[in-house]
Design a protein around this ligand. Structure first.
Ligand SMILES: [Zn+2]
Length: 269
């Protein structure tokens, strides 16, 4: 397996505290060419940037997740802008709305989401969107600001996926497509145009079957990819190659990035 581009992982998570170096150093031998480490708050955004500086194959996304809004410093947009100066910061994320946990009032979630959407549009940076049980409000704001980007861990209907695509955005698919009762993600994985799909893990979460319940890392994308390739009736190699190219188109446009080219030529397992 090769050409695994994990467009969404959280290696700053405490779940990796014991063996982070070992895991990260082993990924490329397992066919992983690139990873975007996605921030959820200021601290993890800074860690994402530091990983991107340490590991050639890792890129960073910086942003404030809707469950992390409490105690947010007032000058947080300035901090995000500062972290965007790092040349390996490729997105603002993850940002969005979470009406499942509802840790902050919905109007506050919307305000912080809008502020970060504005930043992304003003600075022409893609966004990585988190939408949990907030499909209507998420779509309203995406239509209003029309950012470039991806709706990660997509959980909406096929109709919504097609609306997202109409806006020029991408659909992020991860371990959920392998879950037994995942009807929507499987239908979406089957029907949306292949040039709009990004693969992701959301590691350490959303571990695909047959490892569901265990800690996830980017190499396990192969199970997600196998499932999507199966429902689309294409080879898994073709899927991995195309979705890698999609991620490059979105996050590293026009890139002759030596990191990308060099590590993607490895065969891995
Ligand atoms: Zn995430």
């Amino acid at each position: 397996m090769k050409n695994i581009f994990d467009s969404h992982a959280h290696y700053d998570d405490a779940a990796f505290d014991e063996d982070r170096e070992t895991i990260l150093n082993g990924l490329q031998d397992k066919g992983v060419c690139n990873v975007i480490n996605v921030g959820a708050n200021i601290e993890s955004s800074k860690k994402s940037v530091s990983f991107s500086l340490k590991y050639p194959f890792i890129f960073a996304a910086v942003g404030v997740h809707p469950t992390e809004i409490k105690d947010l410093p007032k000058d947080y947009p300035d901090i995000i802008l500062d972290l965007l100066k790092n040349e390996k910061t490729v997105a603002i994320g993850e940002v969005g709305l979470d009406y499942h946990y509802d840790f902050s009032p919905r109007d506050v979630q919307k305000k912080i989401f809008e502020e970060q959407l504005k930043l992304a549009v003003e600075h022409n940076v893609p966004v990585i969107i988190h939408d949990r049980e907030a499909h209507m409000d998420t779509m309203d704001l995406l239509k209003k600001y029309k950012p470039r980007g991806v709706v990660h861990c997509f959980s909406g209907s096929l109709e919504m996926a097609l609306e997202v695509i109409k806006l020029g955005m991408y659909i992020g698919l991860g371990g959920a497509v392998t879950f037994k009762n995942a009807k929507n993600p499987v239908l979406v994985a089957e029907k949306v145009p292949i040039d709009r799909i990004l693969l992701e893990t959301d590691a350490p979460y959303m571990t695909p079957v047959p490892y569901r319940g265990k800690r996830c890392d980017s190499s396990l994308i192969k199970y997600t990819a196998q499932k999507i390739a199966e429902v689309r009736n294409i080879g898994v190699d073709v899927l991995l190659e195309k979705t890698k190219q999609n991620a490059i188109d979105l996050f590293l446009p026009g890139s002759e990035s030596p990191q990308t080219i060099r590590v993607c030529s490895l065969d891995g397992i």
